[in-house]
Design a protein around this ligand. Structure first.
Ligand SMILES: [Zn+2]
Ligand SMILES: [Zn+2]
Length: 254
């Protein structure tokens, strides 16, 4: 049994064949999917709820992606709180900082990140953190806000940030990027994350792992990432699947 701990199933690229995509994943032994409630902006953060209500094995989140931080108004924070009361919503996010794209001013990204961390803490929900080229501010804000639990998703940051994540009790999730031939440093980080702190994800429809690179990604392909990560760690895919499934349950479901 494998789990895709981070997918964007609401993406329009799944509109034509979403049911088939889910069926393929189920048939291949994917037993849980966490679909992220960001949509294309804070007004769409309920986007994963219909899917999670229709399928017992699909869970969802609500939150604002750093790309959309400029669109946030006070009412969106209240919307996060309101939607989080739905039992199918098991985390707040993804949220965080993206200084690679800089789609919103950095001070705005920091403020929206901070506010969401506070809401999650109040609601006692784990957080899903997106961070790109923003290690310093990510560490500073997480240290100050001290979330109760969470994951750095689609980890591509430094070994130092990985160490910090582990220090504060966070999980570290790897996507198809670890299967890319130039992922040397990342492979090294994936090798040394303790077995009780590692998660796997697709971040689909983005970032399809080798051998599907460049195509639309889908939850089924978490198996390809699992094969790579298991090889780096010198364990079988079954062992890694067992560890990552238990970790998912501990972070999000239990
Ligand atoms: Zn992300
Ligand atoms: Zn994502």
């Amino acid at each position: 049994m494998l789990i895709d701990s981070h997918a964007h199933l609401d993406d329009p690229r799944f509109d034509a064949d979403r049911d088939e995509v889910l069926q393929r994943a189920w048939d291949a032994g994917i037993r849980k999917i966490l679909t992220i409630g960001n949509g294309s902006g804070p007004d769409q953060m309920a986007c994963g709820i219909p899917l999670a209500e229709a399928h017992e094995w699909i869970y969802t989140t609500v939150g604002v992606h750093p790309h959309d931080a400029s669109k946030v108004e006070e009412r969106h924070y209240r919307l996060i709180e309101k939607l989080s009361k739905n039992p199918r919503v098991i985390a707040v996010g993804e949220m965080g900082l993206d200084y690679f794209y800089d789609n919103a001013p950095r001070d705005v990204q920091c403020e929206v990140f901070r506010q969401q961390l506070r809401i999650a803490k109040k609601l006692e929900l784990p957080v899903i953190v997106h961070t790109r080229d923003a290690d310093g501010d990510t560490e500073r804000i997480l240290r100050q806000e001290a979330p109760r639990a969470g994951v750095i998703h689609c980890f591509t940051a430094s070994g130092k940030l990985a160490d910090f994540a582990l220090e504060i009790g966070f999980f570290v999730a790897f996507s198809g990027i670890v299967t890319f031939p130039k992922a040397g440093l990342l492979a090294e980080i994936a090798r040394r994350i303790p077995p009780d702190r590692i998660l796997l994800e697709t971040d689909c429809p983005y970032l399809a792992p080798v051998p599907h690179r460049g195509k639309r990604n889908e939850p089924l392909y978490v198996a390809d990432t699992a094969r790579s990560v298991a090889a780096f760690r010198g364990v079988s895919v079954d062992v890694l699947a067992e560890q990552t499934s238990a970790n998912f349950d501990r972070l999000f479901v239990a």
